[in-house]
Design a protein around this ligand. Sequence first.
Ligand code: GLU
Length: 293
Amino acid sequence: MQVLRFAPSPNGWLHLGHAYSALFAFEMAKRLGGRFLLRIEDIDIGRCRPEYEQAIYEDLRWLGLDWEEPVRRQSEHFAEYERYLKRLRDMGLVYPCFATRKEIQDAIAASGIPPRNWPTDPDGAPLYPGIYKDIPRDKLSRHMWEGRTYAWRLDMEKAKAEAERLNGGPIAFTEEGKSTRGDAGALPIEPELFGDVVIARKDVPTSYHLSVTVDDALQGVTLVTRGQDLFPATYIHRILQVLLGFPEPRYHHHGLIRDEAGRRLSKSARDMGLRELRAAGETPASIRRMVGL
Ligand code: GLU
């Protein structure tokens, strides 16, 4: 039985792009005779709000979706994510990183490489310059004693080597939609494009990457559908799946809904908000037509 999911973050109102993504997964689950899950990705306790979460339920019901109960809310599972983080720690693949944004900027400025030439990850963030990687033990324990907060970063080079060893060779994944380059099928992963990515943030014992990987595995998701903006993140999710011994889902990254000027919709795209569209007289049927479903 196929299991699909829609996994929004309640840190804003849903817009047309979310409606497309939710309907895409829901319709595909129906076509495959599979199950459809809704998951609330609310690890960002500073930005997520209960009214946004309530609006997700309301807007999706209005669109005609239904889903299995209970809904998994990530904020109720921090202890579980922490367990998997510990596994990565025991494998020696993550390290504590005390760096502030400012320290990272300063390190890049001090590198002699003009900041605009500094390599960025597929999301456009500068690659981590490696401060706090391999720092001597006494320095590490001093920072800890001083009570400085830290994130956990994946040592990508080590992690990739270990994952390939466990996998018995290079790691790929099955793309049923389209990559950002337009190809599909068995695609190789390139997690090194992200450098030493944060696996657990300073404020919560997890990250988007860790919790999405853990949840898709624990919920038995067999086909991950989501927007193409998350295509490169799949490199990180696959490496985590291999390291943590999780099964491999298939992936279908779909195109993004754009506004009239061809820009990607963002949370601030108010005119494309489902609530505004509903207030302006749009119906579930007209919304489906607008997103081409
Ligand atoms: N929670 C993520 C978002 O709102 C999507 C997660 C996923 O589908 O993998 O963008």
